[in-house]
Write a protein that binds this ligand. Structure first.
Ligand SMILES: *Cc1c(COP(=O)(O)O)cnc(C)c1O
Length: 364
C-alpha cells in the first residue's frame, strides 16, 4: 500500500505548456509571464498591485525594508509561526518581539500585541496559519492607536477570507509563498501585494539590485537579488488558473474530516470562526496531550499515513530564547498535528485515515 503524504503539489492545467513556451522562446530569467502572473495574483487577492519575489521569506524581508524598518526598531511577531516570520526581522537589522497566540484562532492575540508594545515598536507581522485568518479588526485597531505598520504573512493562506476580504489585502502589505508544500507553488517563490503603489514599486526596485531606472549599473543603495524567474512565473500562472479547484477540494476534504472526527473524544477540530473562510492549507487538529500526539503520529505512520507536528514555538529555539512564558503557544504547539491535506487526497483516503485515528485513540 502507498503512503498517504501529508502534502503534495497538484498540477491540473497549463504548467507544462507555459514552461515549454519559456524554454522554446529562451525567455528564461525575464519575460512576459512575470507581469501576467503578478497581475493575475493581484486580482486574485483583490489588491491593485503585486510584485513577485524569490520566496515567501524574501517577500517578508523586502516588505520590512521597503517600509523603512531597520536597526533600533522592534517588530511584534507571533511566538507560534514558521521561523522565517521572525528571521526576516533580524535580516532587516530590527528586533523581533514575540507575542502569544489566541486559543480560538491559533494566531497572534490582539491583547498580547498590546502588551508587547514599547516606544521602539514600528510594526506587527500577523501570520495566518494553516489557512485560517487572524482576527484582523482588533489588530488593526491597536495598530492605528499606536501608529504601527501591519504586514500580513499570508504564506499559508492564499484565498482565505477575513470578513469577506482576502487575507494579504487587509494590512499595509501582504506576503505569500509558493514553496512546494503551499496551496499553489512555483517550486520556490513568493509575492508581495499592496494597495500602495509606492511600496510595491520600491520592492520591485529593491529586488533587482536597486538599479537606477534611468542609468544602467547606477545603484544608489544596496539592493537584493530576490527576483522570480519567467520560468517560475509561467508555472505559477498555470497554478493560479486552477487555484479555485484546489481550494474547493480542500474545503470539501476538511468538511469530511470534520464530520468524521467531531465526535471523537479528545480531538479539537481546526478553527472555523464565523467571520473566516478557512482554506485548510493543512488540516490540523489538537490532541489531549503531547504524548498522545506522539503515539498517534507513530501509529499513523505504521498505517502508512504521513502527518506533521506543529511548529516549535520561537521562544524555544536557541536564537529566540526567552524567559517570558507563552502558555497558549506552548500548549497548541505541543498538542497539534496536521493530517494529509493535499488536494489529491481522496474521500476513501480520508475515511481510512479517520478510521485509523478512532482505532488508535480507543486504547489511549
Ligand atoms: C512557508 C512560510 C514562510 C516562508 O516561505 P518560503 O517561500 O519558504 O520562504 C513564511 N511564513 C510562513 C507562515 C510560512 O508557512
Amino acid at each position: 500500500m502507498k503512503i498517504i503524504p501529508a502534502s503534495e503539489p497538484i498540477l491540473l492545467g497549463n504548467e507544462l505548456k507555459y514552461v515549454t513556451d519559456c524554454i522554446k522562446s529562451t525567455w528564461i530569467s525575464h519575460g512576459s509571464y512575470v507581469d501576467l502572473f503578478e497581475n493575475k495574483f493581484a486580482k486574485f487577492c483583490g489588491v491593485a498591485h503585486a510584485t513577485s519575489v524569490a520566496s515567501g521569506t524574501a517577500a517578508l524581508h523586502l516588505a520590512l525594508v521597503a517600509l523603512g524598518i531597520g536597526p533600533g526598531d522592534e517588530v511584534i511577531v507571533p511566538d507560534f509561526t514558521f521561523v522565517s516570520t521572525a528571521n526576516v526581522v533580524v535580516y532587516a537589522g530590527a528586533t523581533p518581539v514575540l507575542a502569544d497566540i489566541n486559543m480560538e484562532t491559533w494566531n497572534i492575540d490582539p491583547g498580547a500585541i498590546k502588551r508587547s508594545i514599547t516606544k521602539k515598536t514600528k510594526a506587527i507581522i500577523v501570520a495566518h496559519l494553516f489557512g485560517h485568518p487572524a482576527d484582523m479588526d482588533p489588530i488593526l485597531a491597536v495598530a492605528r492607536e499606536h501608529d504601527l505598520l501591519v504586514i500580513e504573512d499570508a504564506c499559508e493562506s492564499h484565498g482565505a477570507l477575513y470578513k469577506g476580504k482576502k487575507v494579504g489585502s487587509i494590512g499595509d502589505v501582504g506576503c505569500f509563498s509558493f514553496y512546494g508544500n503551499k496551496v499553489m507553488t512555483t517550486g520556490e517563490g513568493g509575492m508581495v501585494v499592496s494597495g500602495n503603489k509606492g511600496i510595491i514599486d520600491r520592492i520591485a526596485y529593491l529586488k533587482a539590485h536597486a538599479q537606477d531606472q534611468k542609468k544602467q549599473y547606477m545603484h544608489s543603495e544596496i539592493g537584493f537579488n530576490y527576483r522570480l524567474t519567467n520560468l517560475q512565473s509561467a508555472f505559477g500562472l498555470a497554478q493560479l488558473e486552477h487555484i479555485d479547484v484546489v481550494l474547493t477540494a480542500k474545503r470539501k476534504h476538511a468538511a469530511l474530516y470534520n464530520t468524521l472526527l467531531k465526535s471523537v473524544r479528545g480531538i479539537v477540530l481546526p478553527p472555523g470562526i464565523e467571520w473566516a473562510r478557512n482554506i485548510y492549507w493543512m488540516y490540523s487538529i489538537l490532541l489531549p496531550s503531547c504524548s498522545v500526539r506522539k503515539y498517534l503520529m507513530e501509529e499513523l505512520a505504521r498505517a502508512r499515513i504521513e502527518t506533521r507536528p506543529f511548529f516549535v514555538p520561537l521562544h524555544r529555539l536557541p536564537m529566540y530564547k526567552k524567559k517570558k512564558s507563552f502558555p497558549n503557544s506552548d500548549d497548541i504547539s505541543d498538542r497539534g498535528m496536521s493530517l494529509p491535506s493535499s488536494a489529491k487526497v481522496t474521500e476513501k483516503d480520508i475515511r481510512y485515515i479517520c478510521k485509523q485515528i478512532v482505532r488508535i485513540l480507543r486504547v489511549v
